[in-house]
Ligand binder design. Sequence first.
Ligand SMILES: [Zn+2]
Length: 148
Amino acid sequence: MRITKNREILEKKCEGIYYTEGIIIANKLINAVIFGKHKSCIGLAHNQIGGNKNVFIAKINNKWRCFINASIINHSKDYIIHKESCMSFPKKSNKVKRYNSITIEYQVKARNDVTGNMFETETFEGFNACIIQHEIDHLKGIHIFNKK
Ligand SMILES: [Zn+2]
């Protein structure tokens, strides 16, 4: 699975997906990072491998995690200017504005059941918040070179 540099694909908005299909995509993303030997990679969104679904993976506190149907539901007022690079723009970087803290909602199971809600909320701060915002931007067709 190649990581695309095609801006037309990267700038397309991703859509929601069924949870079980999202898990399959998350595995494809993990494989793209591991078998592609992308050691410096800390996040990858579905459109970066040519897809169009709301799925991304991110390395949070040195551990790979997957996020399905994620969206930002709250954020801090303060922001940081963060210098970022991206797997889709090798050897380049850009400074972008990121909220210092964000709360996201993402799907953790196929449906609501006796053990709880299918969506979970979680707050991320600092560098972790930057990684998540970078990936959620990707899902909206936004990357470090077209972000306003
Ligand atoms: Zn990126």
